[in-house]
Design a binder for this molecule. Structure first.
Ligand code: PMP
Length: 430
């Protein structure tokens, strides 16, 4: 590593001394700032307070007359499925609207595949000698943790600006029949904001797989979470899988967690008719039906796909200034230093910051000393192991703007301090 902005060792040492002083001043301020999780801010949650008032006594029946207070309706209300059908690129008849968490649906889907036989499977995953999932990295730590919980092996696959490296993916799934699944966050990916290109999606749908029961877990968590006026559209993977003769290949997931209330929203599962029947046969043993009152109040509140888009513009107006602030401060403090690069996402919830190899853990540690909590370095990789120790996930949505600015300025100090220390070490070793 070199720094284009700093010339010789003297300048690097001077810069390091300055960063150490800035860090000591930061520590002395006793800050308590949290950039760890991608949570909506209280003001974002306020946008959906209409959920409390749009539904009242006397208005608790769905369009088909179903009394939402009662049991039943395993697949969820047709009208909530209609609203989300286009955004998730799944026909409403093939969507399931469930409880409040898509992660819970992903978890249960894995468990059902473990304990019951998937359409096309020779045996239950629990009876396989080994089950492995491909994990594009950097990725979402909770996907990895879910698999680890069940002893599913995680195989990292590098990301490109167009999505996972498809040469690697195609080779692995062709050769290894124990690769049963793959995690994908296809739009505004967590954490680097990557959107899968059309050719990536086509190849995912078309690639031959050694496992007859291979499934793509298509977690479209950020389908409508645009930060710009030009929403990104991705290719329709469900239709492409059907076109390429493997209609059962993909499980689509999504939720309103970052649309309405993160803790009281509606989650979705979408897939082929055979997979939907399989899921409902399993969930029918778990529950007599989802919370349809919650689904109905979402219908009354969001109204239709246009209502959903308008609501998302409200979120964008609140969070766009935060993303802009992160970019502006990183650019001012670290631009041209060679100490870091960062993503500039067009949507989603995260910014991914890349620091020089071997520096991420130390930057996170130094930030913690200064009262700035970051997601642990390594969390973006399977087993918490970022082999180059360089990726840091920034979650800008929750703090208020002034706190966020303080946190990013502090983070930049930590990056300067750690990166200059490494340069000095390298110079003395050399
Ligand atoms: N998937 C991704 C990619 C996420 O980033 C998150 C939340 N951070 C979730 C799923 C969680 O979804 P839910 O709230 O619907 O369980």
């Amino acid at each position: 590593m070199t720094s284009p902005q700093l010339g010789g060792l003297d300048e690097i040492v001077a810069e390091h001394d300055r960063a150490v002083r800035d860090h000591a001043a930061l520590v002395a301020r006793g800050l308590s700032l949290d950039l760890t999780r991608g949570k909506p801010s209280p003001r974002q949650l306020d946008l959906s307070d209409g959920l409390l008032t749009r539904l009242g006594a006397g208005d608790l029946r769905a369009a088909d007359g179903t009394d939402c207070r009662n049991y039943g309706g395993l697949q969820g209300l047709p009208e909530i499925r209609e609203i989300f059908s286009a955004a998730l690129q799944v026909p409403a008849a093939q969507l399931v609207a469930g409880g409040n968490s898509s992660l819970a649906m992903m978890h249960d889907t894995v468990v059902h595949a473990m304990l019951g036989r998937l359409p096309g499977a020779e045996r239950r995953w629990a009876d396989e000698p080994r089950v492995a999932f491909l994990c594009p990295v950097p990725g979402y730590d909770r996907h990895f943790a879910l698999c680890e919980r069940f002893g599913i092996e995680l195989i990292p696959v590098p990301m490109t600006p167009e999505g996972p490296d498809m040469d690697v993916v195609e080779r692995l799934v062709r050769e290894d029949a124990q690769i049963k699944g793959m995690w994908c966050v296809p739009k505004y990916s967590n954490p680097d904001g990557v959107c899968y290109g059309d050719e990536t999606v086509r190849r995912l749908a078309a690639m031959p797989t050694a496992a007859p029961d291979f499934r793509i877990f298509w977690d479209n968590a950020y389908a409508v979470h645009h930060l710009t006026d030009t929403p990104v559209e991705i290719a329709d993977i469900l239709a492409l899988c059907a076109e390429h003769g493997d209609p059962d290949r993909v499980f689509v997931f999504g939720s309103t967690s970052k649309i309405t209330w993160a803790g009281a929203g509606v989650a979705f599962f979408g897939s082929s008719p055979a997979n939907v029947a399989w899921l409902l046969a399993n969930t029918g043993k778990q529950t007599i039906g989802p919370d349809k009152v919650n689904q109905l109040r979402h219908v009354r509140f969001l109204k239709d796909a246009d209502g959903l888009a308008a609501h998302m513009r409200g979120h964008r107006d609140l969070i766009r200034p935060k993303f802009d602030a992160v970019g502006r401060i990183l650019d001012k403090e670290l631009g041209g230093t060679g100490f870091a690069s960062w993503s500039n996402p067009a949507g989603g919830y995260f910014i991914s910051l890349e620091v020089p190899d071997g520096c991420a853990r130390e930057v996170v540690r130094r930030a913690a000393e200064a009262g700035i909590a970051l997601t642990p370095a390594g969390a973006t990789h399977p087993y918490g192991n970022d082999p180059r120790d360089r990726t840091i996930r920034i979650a800008p949505t929750y703090p208020e703007l002034d706190e966020l600015e303080l946190a990013i300025e502090g983070l930049a100090v930590c990056v300067r301090m750690v990166a200059t220390a490494r340069l000095i070490e390298a110079a003395s070793a050399g």
